[in-house]
Design a protein around this ligand. Sequence first.
Ligand SMILES: [Zn+2]
Ligand SMILES: [Zn+2]
Length: 256
Amino acid sequence: MVREPKKTLILAKQAGDFALHGFNQLLWPSVCINCRGSICETDNGLCNQCWSQLIACTGADYCRRCGRDAGKAGQVEGACPDCQGKEIHFDQIARAGIYSQGLQTMILAFKNGRTELDKILGFLAHSALQGSGFNKEIELFVPVPLHWSRRLLRGYNQSHILVKKLNHPAAQISTDLVRIRRTKAQPAMTSPVARARNVAGAFAVRNGHNFAGRNICLVDDIKTTGATLNECAKTLKNAGAAKVFALVLAVAGQKM
Ligand SMILES: [Zn+2]
Ligand SMILES: [Zn+2]
């Protein structure tokens, strides 16, 4: 019988790896990155319950103009009944899901210090972009900026962290869109008019920006009425942007 030293070595290494892995599992069992419950190791780092809650909020067909849930039959000239006739400054929108249950919990945690959730949220945002139809046109990603005082308080801009997880083959990230005025928290306001007034003139571009003639994709965590995205898109278009797209994790105001 011919001996196969190489194969024996590989098998021994695999057995060693397996034992080491088992030992690590004993010392540091894998935990779900969302609820921290213990799990068998999976690719996405989520337990089955968190994963199925997340799936329930994502995947439905939506209006490419405003991001709300919409069956194709209900759309007239690319607009759903909700956004027909509304002035929207971004050209198209992509969303990962609706602001509800699993996705809502995860976004709130992400904004409250759990930045390690960037991996799973980045994966969702990346998937939404790939299904959008405008992914290949993007030249620049622009995270929706926070006012400097809010960023100081939180320690980071969640949209900027998200942008860095997108792994786009060509587009670069620009932070030349800035928030020049501190705005009131939007959830305190219910009317779309009040929200639009709240963010009017709140953004500006830095000197030396390279937005002119470019196709830009704004990135934010949540779209509620769209007043913030709209104001940002308007500012970018005034600075010469060719097209402005929007990418959000979740669109609020939807029922499951
Ligand atoms: Zn979990
Ligand atoms: Zn719509």
